[in-house]
Design a protein around this ligand. Structure first.
Ligand code: PLP
Length: 394
């Protein structure tokens, strides 16, 4: 029987017996790797010439690192893929992957409410090399179908999406993609492998901003692409060319974060649900967006393909831009800022942060009274009491 996620999060990917008899995976802080003699150089070059990686040893830091490799094996195990490639940020994972898979003249389909820099990368940068992107409504499979052109190469979806937690029907999208021989890439950052397993549903690649839940402590930036060895071979080569790899220190923080992933996600799923249920009952709240609630438009699909709904809860206050800001200022527990998934709760009024941004304006902007609450691992009772007092003082 295969072991449970909680056990694998602790043990998978790491050697049982490590250099210097350490229990934890050592940080190999080095820019390069040396060979004992010329025969070792030849043996390594032969291994490289005959395979597609990962290899038995490292050669130079831009191509990989033993600490990074352990983190990669652990994440591959959790996500159910053959191989993982780690990157310096989630955006490095997105950009390196798209630059590898797309050529001038190609077309891709991207969900409209996907991560804002992913859209910007596609529309402002890839377009300069003649790569065209069509944005489609995230949750309408027929929109993906209709957007397919003879030069379409891939479909890139993000689910659940930000900030409305829209959930894409992955089996349907994957079926459409396969019928047209297109690749499906799923940015699964909001779900993590504990709440959604896109590779098992037939996706070709999963992308994670490991900065969020995977590292989980708001102290490291990292990104990952997970998939089959074949699908990752070319991306690994381009990562080496672009130098978007993850350093050993950050890889070590990621390993440490992943060990508690199961514990943290259990707590965060529970916190998300309890806060969403609380908010939904408050007269001062106009609307709550959380896929675990029956009132969410994608609740049914979410229940079919996910095992938990995460800890991002978006909601609309009854009031204007200023009231919403006042509500945030009344809260005592969360920090104010962007990002999500860490142990600390963080809240954000998207309209305040993004209203002056040209791309957001082009896409219609965010409602003034919308809040995105990325809940951490604090006690749900304290989080709810905090929300209660902040609402009372409005
Ligand atoms: C944060 C995020 C990214 C980008 O990750 P970085 O580590 O910030 O570069 C990509 N996709 C989603 C869904 C994210 O939330």
């Amino acid at each position: 029987m295969s072991q449970h996620h909680s056990t694998r999060a602790v043990h998978a990917g790491e050697e049982k017996h490590k250099p210097y008899h350490t229990l934890t995976t050592p940080i190999a802080r080095t820019s390069t790797y040396t060979f004992r003699n010329s025969a070792e150089v030849t043996a390594f070059m032969e291994e490289k010439a005959s395979g597609s990686g990962p290899y038995s040893r490292s050669e130079y830091g831009r191509y990989g690192n033993p600490t990074q490799s352990a983190a990669e094996r652990k994440l591959a195990d959790l996500e159910g893929g053959e191989r993982t490639l780690l990157f310096s940020t989630g955006m490095a994972a997105v950009s390196t992957t798209l630059l590898t898979l797309l050529s001038s003249g190609d077309h891709m389909i991207l969900s409209k409410d996907s991560f804002y820099q992913t859209r910007e990368f596609a529309q402002a940068l890839l377009s300069r090399w003649g790569i065209e992107t069509t944005l489609v409504e995230n949750v309408r499979p027929e929109a993906y179908d209709a957007a397919i052109q003879p030069n379409t190469r891939l479909i890139f979806v993000e689910t659940p999406s930000n900030p409305y937690l829209r959930v894409t029907d992955l089996p349907k999208i994957i079926e459409i993609a396969r019928a047209h021989k297109l690749l499906t890439i799923v940015d699964s950052t909001f779900a993590t492998p504990l709440n959604l397993r896109p590779l098992e549903l037939g996706a070709d690649l999963v992308i994670q901003s490991a900065t969020k839940y995977l590292a989980g402590h708001n102290d490291v930036l990292a990104g990952a692409v997970i998939g089959s060895k074949t699908a990752l071979t070319d991306i690994a080569t381009v990562r080496g060319l672009m130098g978007t790899t993850l350093g050993a220190d950050d890889a070590s923080l990621l390993i440490r974060g992943l060990k508690t992933l199961d514990l943290r996600i259990r707590r965060q799923n529970e916190n998300g649900m309890r806060v969403a249920q609380f908010l939904e009952k408050q007269p001062g709240i106009e609307r709550v967006w959380y896929p675990g609630l029956a009132s969410h438009p994608d609740h049914e699909i979410a229940c079919q393909q996910m095992t938990g709904f995460g800890s991002v809860v978006s909601f609309e206050i009854k009031g204007d831009f200023e009231t919403t800001g006042r509500f945030i200022d009344n809260l005592k527990i969360p920090f104010i800022g962007p990002t999500l998934g860490g142990v600390e709760s963080i809240i954000l009024q998207p309209a305040a942060l993004y209203s002056l941004d040209p791309l957001e304006r082009k896409l219609g902007g965010m409602k003034d009274n919308l809040l995105r609450y990325a809940i951490g691992i604090e006690d749900a009772e304290d989080l709810i009491a905090d929300l209660e007092q902040a609402l009372k003082r409005l």
